[in-house]
Design a protein around this ligand. Structure first.
Ligand SMILES: *Cc1c(COP(=O)(O)O)cnc(C)c1O
Length: 303
């Protein structure tokens, strides 16, 4: 996995009274199949897995997991076997109806489907020992891909030119991405994290990896919780695509961008502030989510 060039930054011409400038860093464009922050998070993990001569990488994820899709592809091009422990036994007969899982399978990923109750045991040593009995030794990457090496990769998202922005905004799932951003930011900058899920544990998780304290979490823009998708959010994502030509995903970047624009409208930022939002990718999940929305007779995301 070669290090990509610095990602394109585009200005979002969002008119507002305070002359606040909004920019987006297109990390979603860095790789066609290992998108955005998942590329950053996997890069040094794959290097490590190869250096320690593992033949297999094992990781965890749900039905639309960007991390599962990215890991499957990264392992394929790195000559590693991949195993995905997937939340939800009901998905086993439905691989072909699930674009994320069928993509991962086409990359050679082998799956173990587990119940939601068993999935919660995934960090317990007994659970992991059983996986080793079944699959042999493997290099394990946690759910969402966050560990020290992932944070190291995410420290490469920002570079010196990005010091001109007052605020850096990121979505937060497990906190690895924002930790990398925090570690590379300058003390004058503020990093804002928009949480994609309910949960107060994130502050603690970020403190484990982050070396600075110039950050804050905004917890009011998860739209009811992880992967909860309301028509209002879909309408926002579709309007954003029409107005600015940039597709957002409904689990992470759509919620963050909704939050940023809401905060601008509410006067959260001082006049003339420059904001850089990170587009962390996640677009592979949309087709599967659209299938689910269609079954529920809900409006779809326009791609
Ligand atoms: C996984 C993911 C995130 C969450 O990143 P964390 O490092 O877990 O906080 C954010 N955005 C997208 C698009 C993702 O796929």
């Amino acid at each position: 996995m070669q290090t990509p060039k610095p990602s394109l930054i585009q200005q979002i011409p969002f008119k507002n009274k305070g002359n606040i400038e909004l920019y987006i860093k297109r990390e979603d464009l860095i790789h066609p199949f290992i998108s955005g922050n998942k590329f950053r998070k996997l890069k040094y993990n794959i290097v490590e897995a190869q250096a320690v001569k593992y033949q297999t990488v094992l990781t965890f994820g749900g039905a639309y997991s960007n991390h599962i899709a990215a890991t499957a592809y990264a392992c394929k091009i790195s000559g590693l076997k991949s195993i995905g422990v997937i939340r939800g036994e009901e998905l086993r007969p439905k691989i072909n109806e699930n674009p994320t899982l069928s993509f991962a399978q086409s990359c050679g990923m082998e799956f173990l489907f587990v119940t939601r109750i068993d999935y919660r045991k995934k960090t317990e040593s007994e659970f992991i020992e059983n996986l080793k009995k079944q699959f042999g030794d493997f290099y394990m990457i946690p759910e969402g891909g966050t560990n020290t090496l992932a944070v190291k990769g995410c420290e490469e998202i920002l570079n010196n030119d990005d010091a001109r922005y007052d605020f850096i905004c990121s979505c937060v799932g497990t906190g690895g991405t924002i930790s990398g951003l925090i570690n590379t930011s300058s003390a004058e900058q503020k990093i804002l994290g928009f949480t994609a899920l309910k949960g107060d544990f994130l502050n603690q998780d970020i403190r484990k990896f982050a070396t600075n304290s110039n950050w804050d979490l905004l917890t009011d823009y998860h739209f009811g919780g992880y992967a909860k998708i309301k028509p209002e959010l879909i309408a926002f994502i579709n309007a954003f695509k029409t107005d600015y030509g940039i597709l957002l995903d409904p689990i992470y970047t759509g919620k963050m961008m909704f939050g940023i624009i809401d905060l601008i409208k509410k006067g959260y930022f001082l006049s003339n502030t420059k904001i850089l939002a990170i587009h962390t990718g996640g677009l592979q999940g949309i087709s599967g989510i659209n299938l689910r929305l269609k079954q529920q007779n809900k409006p779809l995301i326009k791609v």
